[in-house]
Design a protein around this ligand. Structure first.
Ligand SMILES: O=c1[nH]c(=O)c2[nH]c(=O)[nH]c2[nH]1
Length: 301
């Protein structure tokens, strides 16, 4: 019996690329997941561990980021074709390539009825939540939402933090700020005074959260969290307390200098973990007691 190598391919899977076109103050955002797979004559590495024909998957990843800076992204089909052609043309052993590009949608956040220049929201996936607790004659209503994914491509800084022997984080005056908002708010009373109904109240509070996120020039996600909670309390008299849980969905500037390219905050790797997790409660100082409102509400909020 002879054993032979059958069909094979290899590459880098799920390269998370966020490209910000900042050529005008009205930023354009392209958010991609790219998977490269090379096909060709790779028997050497499989049979003998001879890597002479193996363009590293790490190189393939770098090429994705470098191409985004050199050529821009454009349509996903064009970006994929440019990459696939490059690998096939540039490497002797590579006779074919499969490049899969998925694009994640973003919409502009509307503030006072106008599309914002650099604040975005991911459509879909958001969940409206509610927990009602009744105890005898008492009742409490906690409403909320989760997975409201938002991003600002500028208008966010983070500096002035303490440094110790383990600190490597660079201070920044311009970074991408992104989070998936989980918010729960407790109404002062189970019967709304100011709003007609819970649906209208939910929609209005959601708008307030989005507008506050978009409008604040942020010096920390903690500051953004507080501003969002504060805006809800200021604009919605029915609400006694807001609890927020906001992961800091880090976007790191890719170092393209090894390829002779600068990167003026244009090409980012969107990391999925680990992430900062910023949580807090914002409430009126004269809020009625929470009673059993938060009983059995999972997690921080
Ligand atoms: O807004 C931020 N808050 C933090 O506490 C923090 N920590 C960190 O590393 N980056 C950030 N960003």
């Amino acid at each position: 019996m002879a054993v032979v190598l059958g069909a094979n391919q290899y590459g880098k899977a799920e390269v998370r690329l966020v490209h910000v076109d900042r050529s005008t103050p009205r930023h354009a955002l392209t958010d991609l997941t790219v998977t490269t797979q090379l096909r060709g004559e790779f028997s050497g590495t499989h049979l003998r561990g001879d890597n002479a024909a193996v363009l590293p998957t790490d190189t393939q990843k770098n090429t994705v980021y470098a191409f985004a800076r050199r050529f821009g992204v454009g349509h996903v089909e064009d970006f994929a074709m440019r990459l696939a052609r490059h690998f096939v043309d540039a490497q002797e052993a590579v006779t074919g390539a499969r490049v899969e590009v998925e694009q994640h949608a973003w919409e502009r956040i509307r503030v006072d009825g106008t599309d914002h220049d650099h604040a975005f929201r991911r459509p879909g996936g958001e969940v409206r939540t509610s927990v009602v607790t009744v105890d005898g004659d008492d009742a409490w209503v906690v409403s909320g939402l989760r997975d409201l994914v938002v991003l600002k491509s500028t208008g966010s800084e983070f500096h002035g933090f303490p440094r110790d022997g383990y600190t490597t984080l660079a201070e920044t005056t311009d970074r991408v700020l992104a989070t998936a908002v989980t918010a729960r708010w407790r109404y002062s009373s189970p019967v709304l005074a100011a709003a007609d109904d819970f649906g209208a109240a939910h929609a209005a509070i959601r708008t307030t959260l989005l507008e506050a996120f978009a409008s604040l020039h942020s010096l920390a996600l903690q500051q953004t969290l507080y501003a969002m909670g504060e805006a809800v309390l200021e604009q919605h008299p029915d609400v006694a307390e807001v609890r927020l849980s906001m992961p800091n969905k880090h976007h790191f500037v890719v170092d393209l200098s090894p390829f002779g390219l600068d990167n003026p905050n244009e090409v980012f790797v969107a990391a999925d973990r680990p992430y900062g997790l910023i949580e807090g409660s914002v409430l009126r100082d004269d809020a009625p007691p929470a009673g059993r409102a938060w009983d059995s509400v999972p997690g921080f909020v």
